[in-house]
Design a protein around this ligand. Structure first.
Ligand code: 8YV
Length: 333
């Protein structure tokens, strides 16, 4: 900042790493949440008064109503690749730059997607609970017999960066046949690299032994997997969701798992999280994790740093590193 001018004020809505905060304090007046408590929309609105920037996570909703009540706000930097918590059209209409954190979490999240697939197919948590409960007293020929992963058919719904990472792991690491469905097809070169074949959604559902969801949440993808889609899947299939709650109809999924319409599910995200559908909690053929697909310390650090860097880049230098609505840059530039 040039001396003599007031430093912009920014809000950090959730606890992040102290060094990331210290970096922001070199440029800005920083008000930060140093707890893991999520501020209510009203508290967020109050704290955003006079702030030029905000570092948010998926828990903070940046709505048209909030933006209208925060006229000083110029940039919202989400510490997430997904940005369904932002009303992007409203941000753009109000000239507020929105940024996210792509790339830095791709491989970590793809690792987790595969971990969840393996845990689900091979009944890892179910068998561990059995052992810890003291129920293991003999070997049995089909005890916790799960589904084959290597050489099976991997289906991927949503084929962005993370989907491609999962495809590569499946094709090259586990010798899987990889099918995918996405609105737009990958280039032939990327398809060859991932050894992935585009198929219509109904074919994907019918043919996948293991179906992984990696598509962004929007009105268009709400309940992309519901009763009708689950009915198309194999009774031996597993379903893995590392994308967003709301893409799967959790009620319909619980029914499909209870009636063994599909074999098992691995879920890192839920409708209405952190609340989880009680029927899912009660089922043994589902592996449940608390939205941790990007959770390694190096990756979470990189995400927080990139969100902070976006605030500095825009408010100090008038540019953005990973903009969601780059149109705003040309307008304010
Ligand atoms: C975040 C995520 O941990 O990046 C995303 O879209 O879902 C996760 O990596 C979460 O959204 C918190 O911001």
């Amino acid at each position: 900042m040039t001396s003599g001018r007031a430093r912009p004020a920014v809000l950090v809505a959730r606890r992040v790493f102290p060094d990331v905060l210290a970096g922001l304090q070199r440029h800005f007046e920083v008000e930060a949440n140093d707890t893991d408590e999520v501020w209510s929309p009203e508290e967020l609105r109050q704290r955003l008064q006079g702030k030029a920037g905000a570092l948010t996570t998926g828990s903070e909703r940046i709505s048209a109503e909030l933006l209208a009540a925060c006229p000083d706000l110029r940039v919202v930097a989400n510490m997430a690749v997904g940005f369904n918590n932002f009303d992007v059209a409203a941000c753009t209409a109000q000239g507020v730059l929105a940024t996210n954190t792509p790339d830095v979490l791709t491989e970590t999240t793809a690792d987790f997607g595969f971990a969840l697939l393996l845990a689900t197919a091979r009944r890892l948590t179910e068998s561990e609970h059995f052992l810890r409960a003291g129920l293991w007293n003999r070997w049995s020929v089909d005890m916790f017999a799960g589904a084959e992963v290597h050489g099976s058919t991997l289906g991927i719904l949503g084929m962005g960066r993370i989907g491609q990472g999962i495809a590569r792991r499946g094709a090259h690491g586990f010798g899987m046949r990889v099918l995918y469905h996405n609105r737009s097809r990958l280039s032939p070169a990327t398809e060859a690299d991932c050894r992935a074949e585009w198929v219509p959604k109904a074919d994907l559902l019918a043919q996948a032994d293991h179906l992984v969801l990696v598509l962004p949440y929007s009105a268009a993808s709400h309940h992309a997997i519901g009763a009708a889609e689950l009915a198309l899947m194999k009774p031996t299939a597993t379903l893995v969701n590392i994308a967003r709650g709301g893409i799967v109809d959790d009620e319909a999924l619980a029914h499909a798992l209870r009636t063994r319409q599909i074999a098992a599910a691995g879920l890192d995200v839920f409708e209405g999280e952190p609340t989880v559908h009680p029927e899912l909690l009660a089922l043994s053929n589902v592996v449940l994790t608390p939205h941790i697909a990007s959770a390694t310390l190096p990756t979470r650090r990189a995400m927080a740093q990139l969100a902070a860097d976006n605030l500095v880049a825009f408010l100090v230098e008038g540019r953005a590193l990973t903009p969601i609505n780059p149109d705003v840059l040309t307008r304010v530039g």
